[in-house]
Write a protein that binds this ligand. Structure first.
Ligand code: ADX
Length: 178
């Protein structure tokens, strides 16, 4: 059976929990028989987008590349799970337009407050950004434009990643995509 492809697009600050939620979703969706492609900002930047930095133009190009890939995999019937800061509304909208040529695009805002991301500081980057040694760090010295009308907003404070992934699965089920 060929299934209808779709893209779940997780946006939020660095350290918000996007990758962790995306990894859980990848397993959940595979278990339900979906062909899953997970596109993570850090991973794409290590390969396809190596050489890009964090200027607005470079971030836009990175997100355009991820959006294009997501649309191609959606076309093939895959469940695509994107996790990238994707700080700019317009770039996310371009990704949506591309994907929607082939299937649903579900924007999920992983809404972890800046202070919480900086407190966790999983990669130690907030401390460096606040000390001024990483320029243009999202939320510290570079903008993050929160989605105005996401399909789902996940407030991760007080909720573990398993529960967050569950909320995305509920959304997919409600849309008839599971
Ligand atoms: S995006 O802005 O182009 O969407 P993306 O999600 O691919 O960003 O990559 C973000 C990751 O790059 C962060 O999780 C962090 O590990 C790393 N990083 C390095 N420098 C920066 C920076 N200046 N701003 C944000 N993230 C950075």
């Amino acid at each position: 059976m060929t299934r209808r492809g779709f893209t779940v697009w997780l946006t939020g600050l660095s350290g918000a929990g996007k990758t962790t939620i995306a990894e859980l979703l990848e397993g959940d969706l595979a278990q339900r028989g979906h062909v899953v492609e997970r596109l993570d900002g850090d991973v794409v930047r290590a390969h396809l987008s190596s050489g890009l930095g964090f200027s607005k133009a470079d971030r836009d190009q990175n997100i355009d590349r991820i959006g294009w890939l997501a649309s191609r995999f959606t076309r093939l019937g895959a469940a695509v799970v994107v996790s990238a800061i994707s700080p700019y509304t317009e770039a996310r909208q371009r990704a949506r337009a591309r994907v929607e040529e082939y299937g649903p695009f579900l924007e999920v805002f992983v809404d972890t407050p800046l202070d919480e991301c900086a407190r966790r500081d999983v990669k130690g980057l907030y401390a460096q950004a606040r000390a001024g040694s990483i320029p243009r760090f999202t939320g510290v010295s570079d903008p993050y434009e929160p989605p105005r009308a996401p399909a789902l907003r996940i407030a991760t404070a007080g909720q573990g990643p398993r529960a967050s992934a569950g909320r995305v699965l509920d959304l997919l089920a409600a849309r008839g995509l599971l």
